[in-house]
Design a protein around this ligand. Structure first.
Ligand SMILES: Cc1ncc(COP(=O)(O)O)c(C=O)c1O
Length: 441
């Protein structure tokens, strides 16, 4: 990397772009001429046709890690070709250009900003949810005696990030259950449990938007409103990965102080891409952990042998070092694809398929549903048990019926089916029939 780095200002970015033949020196022009137009995504069959998933199987675990849809494959491949032709010029030019039209990460940030309803300058690009959570918790100004309040429902990545960060700071973590039984939990009861658990030492609350253990989608807005009314100084970190791309909610309006998500699950962005959104005020609270490769002030300070000036920003918190640039830049196509499909339309389709699955599973004797029936308290994951069978055995039996399901990696584990845009109502019916057969009902 040269030291001639730019101070980019998120100037009037052109609307988000897709893939192109991306030679250095004319990104915008090359795109205008060569970007394959976004395919017609006006019906769900056309959306499904974008995926290379093996048709011999019904894919009900697609949230685990994205299969790249065609627009994303094309974008990744176009960037790969450009980088393989000339790594130095392509990366130096498109990764660090002074011209906002040529600076590809700026286009990616603009597209994410449009999707989350925030500002491009408030978004840090990461590699996954885990990295975003680790950066935020380690960046927070925790002191000995401080407490981070988390829940029994958070993922390994979230709890381990808090454990490492609190241990280093001499702070502590406490975990509470927001419900005993997700299927019967109510927003009021969950808000009540959270408020009751906040102590005078609580500085940060960590929540997970959609629990991958039970499929519960927390009423984050109600929780944050209640929390901030009584404890305005307590910060809220949200692991949002399973609501991001599966619901019609603009993440930046959810109420979290820090919203961390991978883009490589429901968003279909290239594997190894993620993001964190926070306001400028909240970014400024953090201490960076990994050197960024983008803010000119950092390089100037290093060259001049002085302290870096100015507050921490999303840009400063974005992990630097060279990247799998074809994947990072290919994320643009995924956000464009979601823009073309429409967040509301995507959310409604996923809800419809999940409602169908839940209603039908609930009618099977010997099946116990753990995900709330309400579409407001759930998203794309349906967790269930079959009497007398371990979750992994249910998953094995479904595999024998050519249905890819998963079990949740938590202390209490359930079988999960996750209807998404790659599925149809008929596939949901087939999955239900298979569960019925497994249950012997
Ligand atoms: C709730 C939750 N958070 C975090 C992760 C880890 O995500 P990533 O691979 O993006 O780090 C997972 C994994 O599926 C998850 O279910």
């Amino acid at each position: 990397m040269s030291t001639a780095l730019s101070r980019r200002r998120f100037l009037a970015m052109p609307a988000a772009f897709g893939a192109a033949s991306l030679l250095p020196g004319g990104f915008a022009a090359a795109l205008a001429e060569e970007a394959p137009p976004m395919p017609d995504l006006s019906d769900w069959g056309k959306v499904r046709a974008q995926f290379d998933l093996d048709p011999a199987w019904l894919h009900f675990a697609s949230f685990y890690l994205a299969s790249h849809p065609k627009p994303v494959r094309d974008a990744v491949e176009a960037w790969r070709r450009a980088i393989d032709r000339d790594p130095y010029q392509t990366v130096e030019h498109n990764g660090y250009s002074e011209d906002p039209a040529e600076w590809v990460p700026g286009h990616v940030l603009a597209a994410i900003a449009g999707y989350v309803g925030g500002r491009a300058g408030d978004i840090a690009l990461t590699h996954n949810t885990t990295e975003g959570l680790a950066l935020v918790y380690h960046g927070l100004p925790l002191k000995p005696g401080d407490e981070v309040l988390a829940t029994a429902h958070d993922h390994y990545s979230h709890i381990t990030s808090i454990a490492y960060a609190t241990r280093r700071a001499g702070a502590s973590m406490r975990r509470i259950a927001l419900y005993e039984d997700a299927a019967t939990a109510t927003p009021d009861a969950m808000v009540g449990r959270l408020l009751q658990a906040v102590s005078p030492r609580t500085r940060v609350v960590g929540l997970t938007w959609v629990h991958s253990s039970t499929g519960m989608r927390l009423p984050v807005r109600e929780m944050v409103d209640a929390l901030k009314e009584r404890h305005p100084d307590v910060l809220l970190v949200v692991d949002g990965v399973h609501g991001f791309g599966s619901t019609d909610v603009a993440a930046a309006t959810l109420g979290a102080d820090y919203f961390c998500a991978g883009c490589h699950k429901w968003m279909f962005a290239p594997r190894g891409t993620g993001m964190v959104w926070a306001s400028a005020e909240n970014w400024a609270r953090l201490t960076p952990i990994v050197p960024d490769f983008s803010e000119i002030e950092g390089w100037n300070a290093w060259i001049e042998g002085r302290e870096r000036k100015g507050p921490t920003t999303a840009e400063r918190m974005t992990p630097g070092g060279f990247q799998a640039f074809e994947h990072q830049w290919g994320a643009l196509a995924a956000f464009r694809m979601h823009e073309a499909m429409g967040r509301a339309r995507v959310g409604a389709r996923i809800r419809e398929l999940n409602d169908q699955l839940k209603a039908d599973l609930a009618g099977i004797r010997k099946v116990r549903l753990h995900t709330p029936m309400s579409g407001e308290l759930s998203a794309g994951l349906v967790a269930f048990e079959v009497d007398g069978l371990k979750p992994e055995d249910v998953v094995k039996r479904l595999l024998q019926a050519r249905i890819v399901a998963s079990s949740s990696p938590y202390a209490v584990s359930y079988a999960r089916l996750a209807p998404s845009l790659v599925n149809t109502p008929e596939e949901v019916e087939r999955a239900v029939r298979a569960v019925r057969a497994i249950a012997g009902a």
